[in-house]
Write a protein that binds this ligand. Structure first.
Ligand SMILES: C[S@@+](CC[C@H](N)C(=O)[O-])C[C@H]1O[C@@H](n2cnc3c(N)ncnc32)[C@H](O)[C@@H]1O
Length: 229
């Protein structure tokens, strides 16, 4: 496997509109476990999101774009509630199958809707923070620019997009580590294809351009952070 070059041509099974709906739903549900293990959002919450939301000194609104099965939104909402922050959380995804799974989850202050960023913008929606997880590597070059621009336009504060950092070690560890979680899902095939589709830090920085600040994060993560000047 040549991981020296980003493989933007390999397609993930879950991105096929005709994929098996039961396996897709099982995959979306099991993202909960995978995200807890590898997404690193606990650190991003503590280092970036919590300080920003606390600094507002008022109730805040946060949007998660491409929220998938909704686990991350619920987890962040619980962390913020535990920290005494008053936050309305909206998880949005253009795929109604993802939103159906997300709506199985319940948490105070959290709602989900089937919408893309353009729809939210056309409604004049504004948020204090916009975030995404594992969305960037799914997008074509053109979609990436549009997604990044739309996310900035929706935020009055910070924007944080987190994704996998492509590496041989991540590929090897995932190959072994996913085994107990993979049955009945697309997690093995799509996880490995995700790594092949993912960016290295310099590649994502070039693809996004200004005003994005792209940094590596542990474990095997890349963060693209944008904010209004
Ligand atoms: C791998 S899933 C990640 C889901 C979730 N964020 C997570 O971390 O578990 C990628 C999600 O991105 C969504 N997506 C794809 N293109 C998108 C776009 N242009 N705007 C918003 N979401 C998009 C898909 O519908 C899918 O639910």
């Amino acid at each position: 496997m040549n991981l020296g070059v980003r493989d933007a041509d390999v397609a993930e099974l879950m991105d096929d509109p005709a994929c098996d709906p039961r396996r897709l739903a099982a995959t979306l549900r099991r993202f909960d476990t995978v995200n807890r293990l590898i997404s690193g959002w606990g650190g991003v919450y503590r280092s970036r999101l919590r300080p920003h939301l606390a600094s507002l000194g008022r109730p805040a609104r946060v949007l998660a774009l491409g929220c998938g099965g909704g686990d991350l939104v619920v987890r962040l909402a619980r962390l913020a509630a535990r920290d005494g922050l008053d936050v309305e959380w909206i998880g949005a995804d253009p795929d109604s199958r993802a939103i159906a799974v997300a709506q199985e989850r319940r948490a105070p202050g959290v709602s989900f809707r089937c919408a893309d960023a353009a729809t939210l913008r056309s409604e004049g929606a504004r948020f204090d923070a916009v975030l995404s997880n594992h969305v960037l590597h799914h997008l074509s070059d053109g979609e990436l620019r549009t997604f990044a621009d739309e996310s900035l336009a929706l935020s009055d504060g910070i924007v944080v997009h987190s994704d996998i950092l492509r590496s041989r070690l991540a590929y090897g560890l995932y190959t072994v580590g996913v085994t107990p979680f993979a049955p009945g899902t697309f997690l093995r095939t799509d996880g490995l294809r995700s790594i092949r589709r993912s960016y290295r830090t310099d590649e994502l920085a070039r693809a996004l351009g200004r005003p994005w600040h792209v940094t590596p994060a542990r474990p095997f993560r890349v963060l693209a952070v944008g904010a209004h000047a």
